[in-house]
Ligand binder design. Structure first.
Ligand SMILES: [Mg+2]
Length: 219
């Protein structure tokens, strides 16, 4: 048995229609590009040597990779400053507005909940008013608690395959879509596997989601 989901879901009101659960960093908002700019403003840099942050963030002066604890602290500081740095991923705002006319859209972001207010303000300012859940818990049980196995189509969009696997385990009916704004890091991403649909941009992601949602409902 998986642990019960403890984050509040009361503010998410779903209608009887398809549900798109959507990650934020690298999917709805640019993350790696503004984070790199932020690091450079603080005497650091992110080198695209492999598909991870730890080990690839260096001190500019020495060229030395910083300790994992420093990476974590820099990420924490960036989350606190996100409103000044993060911008929408290409086509995200208009595509989600279009999808949101026909389906429920819920944001599920793997971010410490203490930064949720800043992120909410940023999303609202950018025209992304959809309900948001911020948690560092595995995503699968949260998606399952939201959807509750309703006989309605479900899609999950994320840039991290570990999150796809989590959702696949908890809500196997979900359509899994991989989307990642940063082209350099996307080229280094691990193989997706057969069950994950890779979209090169939001236009393709919308096409994949709409095709899935147009299929007949499960009995
Ligand atoms: Mg992400």
């Amino acid at each position: 048995m998986s642990r019960p989901v403890v984050i509040p879901l009361d503010h998410v009101q779903l209608k009887d229609r398809g549900l798109v659960v959507c990650d934020i960093d690298e999917v709805v908002l640019e993350y790696l590009s503004p984070f790199t700019a932020y690091l450079r403003s603080r005497g650091h840099d992110l080198l695209p040597r492999s598909f991870r942050l730890h080990g690839n963030i260096v001190e500019t002066a020495s060229g030395q990779a910083v300790l994992d604890a420093v990476v974590d602290a820099l990420q924490e500081d960036f989350f606190a400053a996100q409103e000044a740095w993060q911008t929408p991923a290409a086509l995200a705002v208009e595509t989600l507005a279009a999808l949101g006319r026909d389906a429920d859209v819920v944001f599920l972001t793997a971010m410490p909940p203490r930064h949720a207010e800043a992120r909410r303000r940023l999303l609202d300012r950018l025209g992304l008013p959809f309900p948001m859940l911020a948690t560092e818990e595995p995503k699968g049980p949260v998606v399952s608690a939201l959807h509750r196995s309703r006989p309605l189509p479900l899609a999950f969009v994320d840039d991290i395959h570990g999150n796809h696997r989590s959702v696949q385990a908890s809500a196997p009916e979900a359509l899994l879509v991989h989307l990642m704004a940063n082209q350099v890091f996307r080229a280094m991403a691990p193989e997706a596997g057969d069950s994950i649909h890779c979209a090169s941009d939001w236009r393709e992601a919308e096409r994949i989601i709409r095709a899935h949602f147009a299929q007949p409902a499960r009995p």
